[in-house]
Write a protein that binds this ligand. Structure first.
Ligand code: AKG
Length: 267
């Protein structure tokens, strides 16, 4: 089955705007199960770190970072044909996985200042043929700090970034000017929807000051032809994504679910 679900209009929209939302890419049943795994997953809780994304005061952001896929439900989502094939349509070629994040944005945890993901990673890759995908696990709303993207900022080129707390923030003066010219869009999404955004698309999010969690995955990929500039190519970047079909996604999710349940019984 093909998951090349993007229309010509959506592909054009991505080129113009730097992002596109695909609604209900995963079913609510699939996402409910993955979220239940994530909430009960002790390994994930142990891997999670607090990022202090602001200078001085500010709420920390909790996330787990993985540079390669493993034998787990989260990786299965990142390898799934459903998620990867639309990116192949956007770039016209296969994709390589670079990293993924499980972001656990619970009430009273923090957000991100404006940045571009290629702003973080231009030292590794020659071209900005870089894309990130946020997959909503909880409803993502303005109240719980959904992702905000700047329409058309993918066409600004890469901005300078400077350290600010534990994050890199895009040049604030440039951002201010960009925001006078370009529209800021709140990426509100239902669980299972996906927001694809280009490596040069400016994005940020507010802290979650609501009573509702906003957990999500963010997967980052580069086009297979993008040249890795540093001397040592990581093994995980050698080959294009080994895509998995729906049956494999189901199998890996089930296996992960059983593992998390077994862990719960041990205690
Ligand atoms: O999860 C968020 O709110 C933003 C995450 C983000 O900006 C990133 O991973 O680059």
């Amino acid at each position: 089955m093909s998951y090349r679900v993007l229309s010509a209009q959506q592909i054009e929209q991505f080129e113009e705007d730097g992002f596109v939302i695909v609604e209900n890419l995963f079913s609510s049943a699939e996402i409910e199960r993955i979220l239940r795994i994530a909430r009960g997953d002790r390994q994930l809780a142990g891997d999670a770190k607090l990022n202090h994304n602001y200078e001085g005061q500010g709420l920390d952001t909790r996330l787990a970072y993985s540079p390669h896929f493993g034998d787990d439900a989260y990786s299965a989502v990142g390898r799934s044909r459903r998620l990867v094939e639309p990116m192949e349509q956007l770039f016209g070629e296969e994709m390589r996985h670079f990293y993924h994040l499980e972001t656990m944005k619970d009430p009273n945890t923090g957000g991100w200042q404006w940045h571009q993901d290629y702003g973080y990673h231009h030292r590794e890759f020659l071209y900005p043929d870089f894309i990130s995908v946020m997959v909503a696990l909880d409803p993502a709303t303005r109240a719980n700090g959904c992702l905000r993207v700047v329409r058309g900022s993918n066409r600004l080129g890469r901005l300078d970034h400077q350290s600010s707390g534990s994050q890199l923030a895009a040049d604030p003066q440039r951002v201010e000017i960009a925001l006078q010219h370009l529209e800021e869009v709140h990426g509100e999404m239902a669980p299972g929807s996906a927001l694809y955004f280009h490596g040069n698309t400016l994005h940020a999010s507010d802290p979650n000051t609501s009573s509702q969690p906003r957990w999500a995955f963010i997967f980052a990929y580069v086009a297979a032809s993008n040249f890795y500039v540093l001397p040592q190519l990581p093994d995980s970047l050698r080959e294009p994504v080994d895509k998995c079909d729906d049956a494999k996604l189901e199998e890996l999710t089930q296996r992960h679910w059983e593992k998390v349940q077994a862990q719960a019984q041990v205690s």
